[in-house]
Design a protein around this ligand. Structure first.
Ligand code: AKG
Length: 271
């Protein structure tokens, strides 16, 4: 297979990202960094950062926990963001010569978690618009789809739709402020869609467009499922704060100007 310069992505993988909206890259991140993220997960479960969602504190069974926007304060996440190679993967998939970090998101599903990650697009949650925006989701544990690895509606990044965000912990909150069309009930009608799922090993990356519809089932396996997603802005991304978007960075905290690329190196650093 043809290799692209300066990255271990092949031309075929980059084409798959463009066509399907998602590509699976086995063995993308080193075992030592993955080990550090699992230690971070233990720490966050015991002592969550300010931007967390949690369906079951104090439980090691059936708990779906997420925490985000850690990179500014946590040296492990910082190292992951800037030294793991995920920024390069994002830039290559998006065909963007510059890549800025939007944020990081750690997602843990303990065994017995019944809550799926609801089917959703990422872009409506975020205060950005643009085609070259993606996530690099890195598995930190082994997971089959049944054990809560990710599933995607192939090609849905090109539907030209923008669906209301769904809350991750059934309590609503800031997502309730979004005004717009709800996502179709994909789970009840899966056979009508072209669904693509990936079984993963620790260190595997799944790179996907911010526009693709995706989700993951609950965790029916015996092990904790841990993943870290980093969110990347390519050169056509513009700042677009709107009702119902993630309040972790608001207009008051950034020099970004609505409708313009965010040249705010403090909040959205170049990688
Ligand atoms: O890990 C999950 O269950 C969901 C991840 C996700 O939706 C994302 O990274 O955008």
């Amino acid at each position: 297979m043809a290799k692209c310069p300066h990255t271990h992505l092949t031309v075929e993988q980059i084409e798959t990202f463009a066509t399907d909206g998602v590509v699976h890259v086995p063995g993308a991140v080193s075992a030592s960094l993955i080990g550090d993220i699992n230690v971070l997960a233990d720490r966050q479960l015991d002592n969550p950062g300010p931007w967390s969602t949690d369906t079951g504190a104090d439980s090691t069974h059936g708990r779906f926990f997420t925490t985000r926007y850690l990179w500014r304060d946590d040296p492990v996440v910082r190292r992951f963001v800037f030294e793991s190679g995920v920024a390069q993967l994002a830039g290559d998939c998006m065909g963007s010569s510059s890549v800025r970090l939007y944020t990081d998101h750690l997602l843990v599903k303990e065994p017995g978690t019944e809550e799926p990650t609801p089917w959703h697009q990422d872009i409506p949650y975020w205060p950005f618009l643009g085609q070259r925006i993606c996530s690099v989701w890195v598995a930190c544990s082994t997971a089959t789809v049944e054990e809560s690895s990710l599933e995607f509606v192939r090609g849905s990044h090109e539907w030209g739709r923008y669906f209301a965000p769904e809350s991750f912990d059934s309590e609503g909150g800031w997502t309730d402020e979004f005004v717009g069309e709800r996502i179709p009930d994909i789970e009840s009608d899966k056979s009508s869609y072209d669904i693509l799922g990936f079984d993963v090993e620790p260190g595997d990356a799944i790179i996907f467009s911010a526009w693709i519809i995706h989700g993951s089932p609950g965790n029916t396996g015996p092990n904790r499922r841990v993943a870290i997603s980093t969110r990347w802005l390519g050169e056509d991304a513009v700042w677009h704060p709107h009702p119902g978007c993630d309040p972790a960075v608001t207009q008051a905290e950034t020099t970004a100007v609505p409708g313009q690329h965010p040249s705010d190196d403090d909040r959205f650093p170049l990688a």
